[in-house]
Design a protein around this ligand. Structure first.
Ligand SMILES: Cc1ncc(COP(=O)(O)O)c(C=O)c1O
Length: 396
């Protein structure tokens, strides 16, 4: 991506968002409802026709608007809406785009919760789903039917770190008039899916965007008409299912968003150091920053080079028992925590087959190449990563 053309962290910093008393952090909205001086303004607001007025916090509130505007600036989308979790963002988008009888094409490697929603929950609404290898563009195109509404993928898939070729998928989606929805949770700032042709970008902000592991939250970034449609009082999925983010959380995430550029650089630097050295030591490492990763060149051609290859990497320990022993030793040795989730300032590790991807049946895990012994790392912000590397080596 041409960095002169798109500067996500610069765009966040260029927003002037101060509070009503000149507070450098915008005032926090502590209200579920809002007064109107004139009854007609309330009527207009219900019809979505009065700019700058707030009606009710499930619909919009000032704190969520500040955060949404900053996320839209980061993504280069005209608008955004913030949700109470990443799953709330994903399910709101899918349920809004699809009606009963529609069809979805998705990467088979996605976060386990997304897989479970697509596989186990959507049949309730007679929405059919075809799971494909998202790098096999011929299969993606072949899977399109007259009732296909969307192609779903993750920029860097969880947990196998496969890179989606978003421009290619966007071309296929546009040709067949279907939407391309991309989960960019693993690689904020590194990728801006909308700049590469995605129609809608979703986030679990629980992870890198917030970076503190103190809450769950999510976001939907898209054009203004989609954001208006999901928040429409009559038939908007966000307005009617109510997955809104609490404004107190919005304001703390907005502050954390302003350090995301520093954090992503450090996560990437530390992950590249560990991956490079552990590969040299003969370990089987999956990390897109390594030349041995099959999508290394693709990622290089699409990414924003300022922020590295991201903080996620995986080691294949062969068997689940070896993975468990390794993780327990690492926790005891002070490498980090044996915990799910990612994007935290400390290193987290887990065995996806029995945790974050346990919703994916074992035979599908094997088909997609997910080894029972895989240990997924979310590499932290440690100042001295050499020390952490030595501790990991002592656990092998
Ligand atoms: C890639 C990805 N997308 C979405 C989610 C769901 O997010 P949340 O837990 O915030 O609902 C996760 C959670 O682990 C994830 O890893």
């Amino acid at each position: 991506m041409d960095k002169n053309r798109f500067n996500p962290s610069g765009n966040i910093f260029d927003l002037k968002q101060f509070g009503e008393f000149g507070d450098v952090n915008p005032s926090i909205t502590d209200s579920s409802t809002y007064t109107f001086l004139a009854a007609q303004t309330m009527v207009d607001t219900f019809h979505g026709e009065s700019e700058g007025c707030f009606l009710y916090s499930r619909h919009w509130n000032p704190s969520n608007k500040y955060l949404s505007d900053a996320l839209a600036a980061m993504e280069g989308t005209p608008a955004a809406w913030v949700t109470a979790s990443g799953m709330a963002a994903i399910t709101t988008v899918i349920l809004h785009l699809c009606n009963a009888g529609d069809h979805i094409i998705t990467s088979v490697t996605t976060y386990g919760g997304t897989f479970a929603f697509l596989q186990n929950y959507l049949p309730k609404f007679k929405i059919e789903v075809t799971f494909v290898n998202i790098s096999d563009h011929e299969s993606v195109e072949k899977a399109i039917r007259p009732n296909t509404r969307l192609i779903y993928t993750e920029t860097l898939t969880n947990p196998l770190l496969q890179v989606s070729n978003i421009p290619k998928l966007a071309t296929i989606a546009k040709k067949h008039n279907v939407k391309l929805v991309v989960d960019n949770t693993f690689v904020p700032l590194i990728f801006a899916p909308s700049m590469l042709g995605a129609d809608i970008t979703v986030y679990s902000m629980t992870k890198f965007v917030n970076g503190k592991n103190d809450c769950v939250s999510g976001a939907i970034c898209s054009d203004a008409s989609f954001i208006d449609a999901i928040s429409n009082v009559n038939d908007g999925t966000a307005m009617l299912l109510g997955p809104v983010l609490d404004p107190l959380r919005s304001s703390s995430i907005l502050k954390n968003l302003h350090t995301l550029h520093l954090r992503m650089k450090k996560h990437s630097e530390n992950a590249l150091y560990l991956a490079t050295n552990m590969e040299k030591d003969g370990m089987k490492i999956i990390y897109p920053g390594l030349h041995s990763h099959k999508d290394h060149d693709l990622m290089k051609s699409l990414m924003n080079p300022d922020f590295g290859f991201g903080g996620m990497m995986a080691i294949d320990m062969g068997t689940a028992d070896k993975a468990y022993a390794f993780m327990e030793k690492m926790q005891n040795a002070g490498v980090g925590y044996l915990a799910v989730s990612l994007g935290y300032f400390k290193t987290l590790f887990s065995n996806p087959g029995k945790s974050t991807s346990s919703e994916v049946p074992e035979h599908i895990q094997r088909e997609m190449g997910l080894s029972a012994g895989l240990v997924r790392f979310s590499v932290g912000l440690d100042h001295d990563i050499e020390v952490i590397y030595q501790r990991i080596k002592n656990c092998l």
